[in-house]
Structure formats: C-alpha cells, structure tokens
Design a protein around this ligand. Structure first.
Ligand SMILES: C[S@@+](CC[C@H](N)C(=O)[O-])C[C@H]1O[C@@H](n2cnc3c(N)ncnc32)[C@H](O)[C@@H]1O
Length: 293
C-alpha cells in the first residue's frame, strides 16, 4: 500500500472522520449534486475520482448524486488501506445498481497517479493536497487525470470550525481561539516537516490556472449545526476538541491543557460531550478549474 508524507496516523482518525461525515452529510450532499450537475454532458456515464477519500462521506454523496442522474462510476483513491476499505463500503451501500464503485490504493504525490486511475470527468480532492510535498505539482498531476472538459475541485481552506461557547465556566474564556491559533502553528510545522515540502504562495485558484485549467473560481458553503445539538454532533465536538488539542498541545498553556483534559473526561462534570451549548459552525471553500475540451 502507498504511504503518506505528513507523519499523521490516518487509521486512528477513521472514527472521527466517519462521524464528521455523518453529521455533515446534509451540507455535503448538495455540494456533490452541484458539482455533478456542472459536468460537461458526454456520451458515456460520468466518472468521479475522489482523491484522499478519508471515511468516504463525499464519495457516498457522489454515488447518490450519480444514481439519481442515471448512473456513473465513483473511484476512491487513498494511501491508507483501512480508510479506503471503510470508504468503499460506505459508497457501495448507497450506489445502487447503476453506479460502479472502486477503490484504488495510491500515493497522490506519485507522478504515476494518472496511470493508476481512469480518466475523470470530475476529480474531487478535499483536504488532501495540503498533505503533499509539492502542492503545485500535485494540482498539475490531478489536472492530468481529467478527461477533456473535466472539472478539478479542490476543497481547501474556508473558515476554521468553531464548536464552543466563549466562556465555558472553567479556565480562561476564549479557549477556542487559542486552540485555533495552536492548530495554525502546528499546521505551519506540519507543512515544513514534510520531506521535500514546497511553498504555494499564489492561492488555490492561481494554482489551478498555473496547472493549465480554465474558468477558475471558488465557492464556499457553511456547515451549521447549532446548539442544542443532538448526540452525534456533540460527539463530533468531542472529536474536534481531541484533534485540536492533540495537534496544538505544544502551543497551549499548562492551564489550557488541564482544562482540555477535564473537557475530554467522560467522568468529569465539565465533560464537553454532555454540554447543551456546543455546536459545529464552519465554512469550506471549493476551488474549481476545468480542463479545456
Ligand atoms: C484530512 S483527510 C480528508 C478526508 C476527506 N477527503 C475529507 O475531506 O473529509 C486526508 C485524507 O488524505 C489521505 N492522504 C494523506 N496523504 C495522502 C497521499 N499521499 N496519498 C493519498 N492519500 C493521502 C488520508 O489517508 C486521508 O484519508
């Protein structure tokens, strides 16, 4: 199986990624429909390739969208075997008879990537390009996977997800902002420590244009799950806090670390998963470019 470049244990992330997919499904579904609807009509059923498919939430959304529009093919591609297997299973569960679903183990930083996958009408790459050493080269590689007239959609950036009230009643108010700042500091280190890391100083639509794609533009969508939130959303908040505090650990103060420990302790009265004032609010941006027909 292929390998990743970022030092992250993605297998360990499966439960949290799956939970996020579940609670965000109502927002991701319309994005998949919008992208499928914007494909150039062709003679054969559309092929969608999901690079870095994670727990498969968007692959499943693409499979549903294609099934509702007469069928097609979804190919999931990821470097981590356990994630890929779970994601393929999820996508197949909604694909029906008219949509073919395949999984392919890949390293998206490998120049042979386009040879390992079918020519695509839509390449979807969500939050994976920033885990690759040379993002510009990676975008050009993804562009080479497109059939003429095909669409490359990069989901990157947006607004940092927020989940907590400003004053939690324990510790200093404003923990969430300090968590976001700590995560940003980690992200800079994560990028710098990827072997062969290259900076991308021109923004995502600029990078799509530099890869030879046309009609470059972006849109953003909200994930808005307000308080009081049902149990799965609260669990997703627990996952968010565990991830943010884990990657940001070195940049949090000792007192913030202690507060986080209490918030994550199911036996503590401060357990965040038992609060009725937590929520999920974030925005994701999709950057698009089309291969000339
Ligand atoms: C942050 S997750 C994003 C998952 C999903 N696309 C989403 O937006 O929720 C990153 C995904 O990229 C995969 N990944 C990381 N490096 C990769 C590489 N070099 N080649 C292929 N997949 C990779 C991870 O295994 C994981 O599934």
């Amino acid at each position: 199986m292929a390998h990743t470049h970022d030092g992250i244990d993605w297998t360990e992330r499966l439960v949290a990624l799956r939970r996020a997919d579940e609670v965000e499904a109502e927002f991701n579904g319309p994005v998949a429909e919008r992208l499928v609807d914007s494909l150039t009509p062709g003679g054969s059923p559309p092929v969608v390739v999901d690079i870095g498919s994670g727990a498969g939430g968007m692959s499943a959304a693409f499979a549903s969208a294609l099934a509702a529009r007469g069928g097609g093919r979804v190919v999931l591609a990821d470097a981590v075997e356990e994630l890929l297997a779970a994601a393929v299973e999820l996508a197949r569960s909604v694909a029906g008879d008219t949509v073919r679903v395949d999984g392919v183990g890949v390293d998206a930083a490998d120049d042979g990537l386009p040879d390992a996958l079918p020519a695509a009408d839509l390449v979807w790459a969500s939050r994976v390009v920033h885990h690759l050493p040379d993002q510009q080269k990676a975008i050009a590689r993804l562009g080479r996977m497109l059939a003429p007239g095909g669409l490359l959609a990069l989901c990157e950036g947006g607004l940092a997800t927020r989940c907590l009230p400003w004053d939690l009643g324990i510790g200093e108010p404003g923990l969430q902002d300090r968590l976001i700042a700590a995560r940003e500091a980690w992200f800079v280190r994560m990028r710098a420590e990827i072997p062969g890391s290259v900076r991308l100083p021109i923004g995502w639509t600029g990078a799509l244009a530099a890869a030879g794609l046309t009609d470059t533009h972006s849109f953003s969508y909200l994930v808005d799950l307000p308080a009081p939130a049902p149990e799965p959303v609260r669990q997703s908040v627990v996952d968010w806090l565990a991830w943010m505090s884990g990657v940001g650990e070195d940049d949090l103060s000792e007192s913030d670390r202690q507060v986080v420990q209490r918030l994550l302790d199911t036996d503590d009265e401060a357990y965040v998963g038992a609060r009725d004032d937590v929520f999920v609010l974030g925005a994701s941006t999709v950057h698009l470019g089309r291969k000339p027909a």
